[in-house]
Design a protein around this ligand. Structure first.
Ligand code: FE2
Ligand code: FE2
Length: 388
């Protein structure tokens, strides 16, 4: 490991320690992060001077020698460097008070965001969309994502609120912000894409409720009407003053697919704006992991598999970044395993967020053994449980 002036950071370097914001104590980037040009400029934006600890490539290579003296392939080395543990900010036996404190704040922000979206949609239906409310909601969600994506993700994962239309907008905003954060985008970009997430389906207020809420498969002619929500969303968002062109592109292209199979224009490849590519991933993921009248929700790891099964439709770099980094089973989430045991997520390995470490808790509420899903491959999450 070596200490380096942040002015000398370069793409390809690997952080040897968490990068913590000096005044807020917030972890900006985790140990093991491989820097790219965006992340380097992100670091320069948040800290003008200072030092970082980075891995020394020579000592890393020496550490990676196996017993036969053979150097592991580069791919294996990179994979290994992506696996530092993220551990809960308390140890076993603590009273979880820290987590409960941040939980309460995130819960309030998430609940307020769902209410704000309901207010925005109802206002839009009556012809007035309150941009100031949308912007402040997006900014509050963004601050939570920057502070700790795990906690706000927990609320999105738990699906604790009922109305799909409103929670979908909030969840797409949260997932888009989480993904943009892992891409190393600036705070301003994060706020803007969160706003795009909140507004992306606002045109659904113009779709007849008989189609929007139909408890079954849509007929082809009903589906054509449903697809028009994109055009309606663009109409509504474009009436707002001071809305960035990129937000409009993200909204108008969120159902376009890289292979040209999307709608409404059937755009492909470079014709689709990166912000729309982010919204597409967030939109599909939330749709498949949420219960609908006509389809049961799938678990997060299956949702991730569904995304991975359509790589030709999505931006592969963004998809990999999403799959590698998103805390699909955020710390503190209660789950049941396929062997019947229940417990809470207490550790995550960066790069393997689909296989968390679970602390099993018995019926008597006694904490038991740790089950590491990165090692016990026959076990997997079978259900997400309400909070205890
Ligand atoms: Fe949509
Ligand atoms: Fe959507």
């Amino acid at each position: 490991m070596k200490k380096i002036d942040i002015g000398l950071l370069a793409p390809g370097m690997v952080l040897a320690d968490d990068l913590i914001h000096r005044s807020t104590g917030v972890v900006l980037l985790y140990r093991g992060t491989i820097l790219n040009a965006n992340l380097v400029s992100f670091i320069h934006q948040v800290a003008s001077t200072g030092y970082c600890l980075i891995e020394d490539p020579e000592s890393r290579m020496a550490e990676e020698l196996d017993t036969t003296g053979e150097v592991l392939p580069l791919r294996a080395i990179q994979q290994k460097s992506l696996l530092p543990r993220i551990v809960l900010p308390y140890s076993r036996g603590d009273d979880y008070s820290y987590l409960e404190f941040i939980d309460r704040e995130s819960y309030r922000v998430y609940r307020d965001a769902v209410s704000a979206v309901e207010y925005l949609y109802q206002g839009a239906a009556q012809g007035s969309l309150d941009l100031a409310e949308a912007v402040s909601t997006a900014n509050n969600l963004c601050l939570q994502v920057i502070k700790d994506p795990q906690v706000i993700m927990q609320l999105a994962v738990l699906k604790a609120f009922d109305n799909y239309t409103y929670t979908h907008a909030v969840n797409v905003a949260v997932y888009s912000a989480v993904l943009s954060r892992y891409c190393g985008w600036s705070m301003e970009q994060l706020k803007q894409i969160t706003l795009a997430g909140l507004l992306h389906d606002i045109g659904k207020v113009d779709i007849p409720r008989s189609i929007l809420l139909k408890p079954g498969k849509l007929q082809p002619e009903e589906w054509e009407i449903m697809k028009q929500h994109v055009e309606y969303s663009v109409n509504r968002v474009s009436t707002l003053d001071k809305v960035n062109d990129k937000i409009l592109l993200a909204v108008s292209q969120h159902h376009e697919r890289l292979n040209g199979s999307g709608y409404p224009q059937g755009l492909s490849g470079e014709q689709i704006h990166p912000w729309a590519r982010i919204l597409a991933i967030a939109d599909i993921y939330d749709a498949v992991t949420t219960n609908r009248v006509y389809r049961k929700a799938v678990l997060p790891h299956i949702g991730a598999e569904i995304l991975m099964s359509i790589p030709e439709e999505l931006d592969l770099d963004l998809l990999i970044t999403f799959i590698h980094n998103t805390p699909f089973y955020p710390l503190g989430t209660w789950v049941r395993l396929n062997n019947g045991e229940a417990g809470r997520v207490v550790q995550l390995y960066k790069g393997m967020p689909l296989r968390p470490v679970i602390e099993v808790v018995g019926e008597d509420r006694q904490k038991g053994r740790l089950v590491n899903l990165t090692e016990e491959l026959s076990l997997q999450v079978a259900d997400i449980l309400p909070r205890r």
